[in-house]
Every structure is written in structure tokens, then in C-alpha cells.
Design a protein. Structure first.
Lengths: 619, 176
């Protein structure tokens, strides 16, 4: 479909979906991941044959090239931690120098860029490839459940993820062969799961205490716009710390030597975790380790963990202060993450915020549930009221100027999608190349912000210094991803933009990884490409022909119509032949040729929409 | 007819004016977003998505411009073919320049003394000046005294920035 099919304003779209689209929501977590699917507002989380829904975000690479994901990779990890990659989310879109914490596996710095590379016995792997392995397993689960190839997925990312981290996530999806309908922020997904997006005005706290990280987000819903007002937390606080509190108690009560062997340490951790889980349901539990045993009451446990809980409350207080908002403004609190099952955590959060605390949906699943609901809507499976989630850019986008300073182009909390143009000029006679350094962050100095990419503008027409005016347009899409375009204004010449991401993969790298993974099945791939390109070409022709019948005479002159008709005839010819590339090129050309027409159709539609409004208002 | 040829007020069924009916703006913005947000075209082809992305960005920019009094003022001047960013010193600006220096010194002093109450008081008085100046801008704009209106706009730019700076200073002091 090359042209927009736009309905009359006020009317619902006439599209009827005979076939249900296969869409899933994916929570790609640091510790665990999860996939869910929704049908008419009913959500199902997808589990393996053993009934395990959570997939540990761990990937194991064997010498022989076998890749294992999830529980199996965790098992392997106990004996072969060097080849078991956990918490890869923390490496996504980050530089080698950002890794200032210990990892159980070895990383090196990418030769031409700051990206960390994980050295496994199956070779070097980058974080995007590792994440793609997890995504593949989740997508497979979705395909098995829904009975066919997925039409798309909504993948969640933390609200504070910058452009590189979002891009890395989307690249991983592309590598896994998943079409991303939207990258959705995790707190937004959690709020959607509880239907808070359907209320009029809400100020919501999302309290997310996971296995290893704590995030708190303050969100404001107004006029259907979800805005993250402030975020905070601790990237090194989670369920593991609560386990450790019990382990320390066992050690001190039983008089064990603190220096435990690896196996005994694992065993005592399992005992502590079981005790923690038991105390979420019961007032007391028997704890036994080797020959020792004792009773642990919930009161004692609460004393052990009070300091940890208080530190999360402190982060909440800070977030409220950052947003300059009073506690009394909070209407709802949503609990996310397995650690929010602990009664003490729930009590303290309810006490602090004095608001309704939502725990009805399994806190391990709530983010995936929200993602699945949104995936269902975005894929086009409409049911009842439609919800629109408008996101904001979490960190300001700017460019480097003289003296290591940043000029902000798009300030944080601007609603996306957004595009901003900025003009630059040449400083040398005959200059044809210009480079731009794009950064993200709130501080004034470039050294305090994150480098996103360096752009090189080429093909500037040679002129005297200061005469060429280059307009650079920064476009941020609904996923928070950026694109840059440049044009010389006096001549109208478009400059080509070469992007060099600071911590990510270039387009050609991803293309290569995708091709590499297909080389073994090259023939299959060719046949598939031919078929896909034919289908796409047919769709373009059909949409264009329909549009021509509808609006062609009104919006185009005879010459333009003839050109488009010629294009259609040419493409029809190509479809009958076997050359997949030629069909794709032909389809792209026709698509491009119809852009002007598509633009006019949309304008004429907006025009009539505006007309409609005016009558409504002033008649 | 291209979307860019239409003024931003028309997007929201609003008259071209410094006064904006906030309810109409919100309602019409939401209507347009509901129709043109990229999420509504998640399944469309790439070229369609590019078009929609551009339209949705334009709608967001129009909303930002009409909603913010400062951006709205600059936009109204542009519609009258006045470049609001062009720097020519008028008498009005010269007088205001002295005041600017004074206000900046005040801010520096209060920040150095960590005087939170003083900062809060200063914010109140600057905000009130700003509101008066916004009213003056409207009077000049309605009377088509555009050169005067432009001067006021440049002074407003300073006052808006100053309020941001006072708030940033307060934030820094609170961040113990």
C-alpha cells in the first residue's frame, strides 16, 4: 500500500480485518524477559511446556556454536560463567568505558568504536547479537502460540533509555527478524496494563523493584498524553540484596564461616530465597541449612530489610522533589517487579504515598501485559475505545558547538515525534564537507553528555565562506529514534549524511549480520525475497490504482497521471520475471514517484478536516 | 496546497491571535493526534510512515508554538514578516539592557548567598513583570505597532530565560 487511505474525519476507519494480526508484547528485562499476547483486551502470558513464563535473560554460547537461552543457559552458567552472558541489557548502547562494574564474562573494546565486545568461546559477540538471541526465543514462543509468523511486536525499554540504547534494542529486534511496532517505555506499559491511560487526569508513580535494579517513575496523564515527569532509582538495588540480608542472618545465627565455597554459597542463596518467598505469604518460616535450623519471623525479616526499603523510599522522595510535586498529588501507585511481593515493601510504599497501590496484576508480568495490549491495538486489531500514548523525549538532544559546549536542539520532555531544523554555514571558501556531533543529556559541557553519533554532510556546493546555508533537520520518531537530513538552502542541493553511531552498529553492520545468518539457507532466502517483493509490488500497484480512481483527476494533471500509469505498467512487467532485486527497485521507484500524490492527498484530507472543524465550531 | 502554507492557528480551528482558548487548543490537538499519530499507521509502508511522521511532527510543533506565550509571540511576528531574532537596538531595549544587568547581578548574589527565600521572592517579581510585559505585547500587536512588539518580545525572551535560571539555581540549592 503506497498511498494513505484516509477516512473522513470523525468516521472510524473502514478497514475490516478478516484475519487477526499476530502481535506480541515483549518485556526485555535485565534479569528476566517475558512475552505476552492480547486478544480483545484479554492478555495471556506465554510459557514453555514446563509452565515457566519468565525467560531468564541469559544466553550461553558453546564451543560447537550451540546457543542456549533462558533456564538452560542459567544451568550452563554455573559451570561455565565465561560463556554465559547475563544482564546484557546493561551493555546495550553503551561504551566499553561505561562498564565500571564486574562482569562474570570477558569484554573487550570494539576496534573502531567504543562498543563493548563479549569474548566467548564461540567467538566475539556484541550486545545487540546477544539480545537478539533472547528476542528470537520470545518471538518463537509467540509464533507457536499464535500459529504463524508475527506481524509485529511492542518491545519495552526503561523510560530513561537514551537514543543509543533504544536504537540498540531496535537493532536487536531487526536482527531477530521482528518487526517493531513501537518501543514503549516500561512505566507507560505498566500503567496501560492497569488501564490508567483511560482515565482523565492522573498522577502516577511506577515503583519497579526487580531482581537487580530499582526504578521509580513519576508520570502525568493529561488529555491522553503520558509524560514521564521524573525518574530515579538505583541500578544496583534489587531482590538479590534482600536475599543477601537473609544469607547474612543465617551466617551470623549459625556461626558459619563467611568464606563459603561456591557450591555452599549457591545452596545458602537458594535457602534464603525460599525463605523470602515463604515470608511473603506466611508470618514465619523454618530456615535450615546443612545441620542448622531456626525460625525466621516476618518481623525479624522486616528488621533485616528495613534499610533497603528505606533507600527506595528515599529515591521516591527525590523524584517528587525533582518534579517539584507534593506527595498528595499522587493518585495511583503501580507495583512492578517480583520484589514488590514483599509485604514490607507494599506497606511502606502505601504509607509513603497515601494512594491506591496496585498489585492485582502479577508484578513480574505487568510490563509485558501492557506491551501486549498496546501491540494488539497497533497491529490493527481494534476493540472498543482506542488509546493514544504520546511519549516524550527523555533527554535533550543537542549538537557540539565551539569550545566543547552543547547547543540544545530539542529539549527534554518535548512530545515526540518532533522535528527541528537548524541552520549552519561554512567557514572556509569552497568547503564541501561539514561534520556534526550529536549528543544527548542535560548538562552544558559535552564531556557530561552522551555522544550519540557523528554526522558527516557531504556534497555541499562549493561557495565562499559563509555563503552556503545548510539546513539540518533532526527528526525524532515515536520510538525516540533520530534521523538527520541536510539541505543547502540557496541551491536546494541535498547533502548526503553519513552516520557514525558512537556506541552502536552502523546500518551496513546489521545488514551484514542479517545476511550472514542467512547464508546457509541462501536459496530459500532468494525464493522468499522474490515472493515477498512480488506481494509488496502488487500491494503498491493496487493502492495506487485505487487512489488514482478516487482522487487522481482532482489532484493530478494529465501528465502526472500518465507518468504514474507508465510506472504501473513497467512494474507489472517486472513482476512476471524472476529478478527479486529488479522488482524491489521498481516498486521503490513507483512508490517514490507517488509520494507527491500521497502528500497532496493528505493535505487535501487535512484541509477538509480543518473545514469540518470550523463548521462545527462556528456554525 | 501544502500543510506548511497554513498557519498554525488554523490547525486548531483558532483565530490568529495572541489570546488562545486553551480548551479548544487541547481538544483540537488531541483530535489531530488521534488521526495522524504514527501509531495509527504502525502497519503502513515505509513511505507512508515517513509522510505521517512529518505531519505528526508538524502538528506537535504547531501545538508547542501556539501553547507557549513566548513562541506564540515570535510566531505572530513572523506571520507579519518581522524576524523576531534580528538584533537591532531600539531605545526600549537600551533601557531594558541596564535592567538585565541588574537582575543578573541579583541572581548571582542570591545564589552565592544560598538565599532560597530571596530567590523565591525574585522569581515572584520577575514572573509578575513578565506577565505585565505579555499584556503589553498584546496591546502593541493589536495596534499593529510591530517594531515595539518585537522589542517587547526580545525583553520577554530574557525574562523567560531568567525564570528558568532562577529555578535552576533553586534546584541546585535544594539538592543537598
Amino acid at each position: 500500500m503506497a498511498l494513505l487511505s484516509i477516512s473522513e474525519p470523525g468516521e472510524s476507519k473502514p478497514t475490516v480485518h478478516a484475519i487477526r494480526k499476530r502481535a506480541v508484547g515483549i518485556d526485555l528485562g535485565t534479569t528476566n524477559s517475558l512475552v505476552a499476547t492480547a486478544d480483545a483486551g484479554k492478555v495471556q502470558t506465554l510459557c514453555d511446556h514446563k509452565g515457566h513464563c519468565l525467560v531468564p535473560s541469559v544466553v550461553h554460547y558453546s564451543n560447537d556454536g550451540t546457543v542456549m537461552v533462558g533456564d538452560k543457559a542459567v544451568e550452563k552458567g554455573s559451570s561455565d560463567s565465561r560463556n554465559s552472558i547475563s544482564s546484557v541489557k546493561r551493555l546495550m548502547g553503551r561504551g566499553f568505558n561505561d562498564v565500571d562494574y564486574d562482569l562474570a564474562y570477558e569484554i573487550t573494546e570494539n576496534a573502531d568504536g567504543g562498543m563493548p565486545i563479549i569474548e566467548t568461546s564461540a567467538g566475539s559477540k556484541n550486545p545487540v547479537e546477544v539480545s537478539a538471541e533472547i528476542l528470537k526465543v520470545l518471538a518463537n514462543r509467540g509464533e507457536e502460540e499464535l500459529g504463524g509468523e508475527l506481524d509485529g511486536a511492542v518491545i519495552t525499554v526503561p523510560a530513561y533509555f537514551d537514543e543509543s540504547q533504544r536504537q540498540a534494542t531496535k537493532d536487536a529486534a531487526r536482527l531477530a527478524g521482528i518487526k517493531v511496532l513501537r518501543l514503549l517505555s516500561e512505566p507507560t506499559a505498566a500503567a496501560v496494563a492497569y488501564g490508567l491511560d483511560r482515565k482523565q487526569e492522573e498522577t502516577v508513580i511506577i515503583y519497579d523493584l526487580g531482581g537487580g535494579t530499582f526504578d521509580v517513575s513519576l508520570m502525568r496523564l493529561e488529555q491522553g498524553i503520558f509524560r514521564v515527569l521524573a525518574t530515579g532509582g538505583d541500578t544496583a538495588l534489587g531482590g538479590d540484596d534482600f536475599d543477601r540480608a537473609i544469607i547474612n542472618w543465617i551466617i551470623s545465627e549459625s556461626g558459619l564461616d563467611e568464606k563459603l565455597s561456591y557450591d555452599r554459597r549457591n545452596a545458602i542463596t537458594a535457602v534464603a530465597r525460599d525463605a523470602k518467598h515463604a515470608l511473603s505469604l506466611d508470618e514465619k518460616t523454618e530456615v535450615s541449612f546443612e545441620n542448622w535450623s531456626a525460625t525466621l519471623t516476618r518481623d525479624t525479616f522486616n528488621n533485616l530489610i528495613d534499610q533497603l526499603v528505606e533507600s527506595t523510599i528515599k529515591a521516591c522522595r527525590r523524584v517528587m522533589r525533582d518534579a517539584r510535586m507534593d506527595i498528595s498529588a499522587i493518585t495511583d501507585v503501580v507495583m512492578v517487579g517480583g520484589s514488590t511481593r514483599m509485604p514490607r515493601v507494599r506497606e511502606r510504599v502505601a504509607e509513603f504515598f497515601q494512594a491506591e497501590v496496585h498489585t492485582e496484576i502479577d508484578p513480574d508480568q505487568v510490563v509485558a501485559v501492557g506491551a501486549a495490549l498496546q501491540a494488539d491495538v497497533l497491529a490493527g486489531n481494534k476493540y472498543g475505545d482506542e488509546v493514544l500514548l504520546l511519549d516524550v523525549i527523555p533527554l535533550s538532544l543537542g549538537i557540539e558547538t565551539m569550545g566543547g559546549l552543547i547547543e540544545k536542539i530539542i529539549p527534554r520532555n518535548t512530545t515526540i515525534p518532533v522535528s527541528r531544523a537548524q541552520q549552519f554555514t561554512t567557514y572556509k571558501d569552497g568547503q564541501t564537507v561539514m561534520s556534526l556531533h550529536v549528543l544527548q543529556g542535560e548538562r552544558e559541557l559535552i564531556s557530561d553528555c552522551r555522544s550519540l553519533a557523528k554526522f558527516e554532510l557531504k556534497g555541499i556546493p562549493p561557495m565562499v565562506a559563509g555563503a552556503a546555508i545548510i539546513e539540518v533537520t533532526f527528526q525524532v520518531d515515536a520510538d525516540g529514534l533520530m534521523e538527520v537530513q541536510a539541505r543547502e538552502l540557496s541551491t536546494g542541493v541535498a547533502s548526503s549524511v553519513v552516520i557514525k553511531p558512537s556506541y552502536g552498529l552502523e546500518d551496513k553492520d546489521i545488514e551484514k549480520m542479517i545476511t550472514d545468518s542467512f547464508t546457509s539457507a541462501a536459496a530459500d532466502k532468494d525464493a522468499r525475497a522474490l515472493q515477498e517483493n512480488r506481494v509488496e509490488a502488487e500491494r503498491i500497484i493496487e493502492a495506487l490504482e485505487n487512489a488514482l480512481v478516487e482522487d487522481g483527476n482532482e489532484l493530478l494533471d494529465d501528465n502526472e497521471i500518465e507518468l504514474l500509469n507508465e510506472g504501473i505498467t513497467k512494474l507489472r512487467e517486472m513482476i512476471t520475471k524472476q529478478d527479486a532485486d529488479a522488482i524491489r527497485t521498481g516498486a521503490e521507484a513507483l512508490n517514490k514517484a507517488s509520494l507527491v500524490f500521497a502528500g497532496r492527498r493528505m493535505d487535501s484530507q487535512i484541509k477538509s478536516a480543518l473545514k469540518g472543524h470550523t463548521i462545527e465550531e462556528y456554525d | 496546497m501544502s500543510l506548511t502554507n497554513r498557519n498554525y492557528f488554523e490547525f486548531f480551528s483558532l483565530p490568529k491571535s495572541f489570546q488562545v482558548d486553551a480548551d479548544t487548543l487541547e481538544r483540537e490537538y488531541k483530535k489531530l493526534q488521534t488521526e495522524y499519530h504514527p501509531d495509527k499507521f504502525a502497519d503502513a509502508s515505509d513511505s507512508e510512515r515517513v509522510q505521517v511522521l512529518q505531519h505528526a511532527s508538524l502538528i506537535n510543533d504547531a501545538y508547542d508554538t501556539v501553547k507557549s506565550p513566548l513562541k506564540r509571540a515570535a510566531y505572530l511576528l513572523r506571520l507579519e514578516n518581522i524576524d523576531p531574532e534580528e538584533h537591532n537596538q531600539s531605545h526600549l531595549q537600551e533601557a531594558f539592557l541596564l535592567k538585565q544587568i541588574e537582575l543578573r547581578e541579583d541572581l548571582e548574589m542570591l545564589t552565592a548567598k544560598k538565599d532560597l527565600d530571596g530567590l523565591e521572592k525574585m522569581k515572584g517579581s520577575v514572573t509578575s513583570d513578565r506577565n505585565t510585559m505579555l499584556q503589553n505585547f498584546e496591546v502593541c500587536y493589536l495596534a499593529s505597532e510591530l517594531i515595539e512588539a518585537k522589542s517587547l518580545y526580545n525583553s520577554l525572551q530574557f525574562l523567560f530565560k531568567l525564570v528558568d535560571e532562577i529555578e535552576a539555581a533553586e534546584e541546585k540549592l535544594l539538592d543537598y
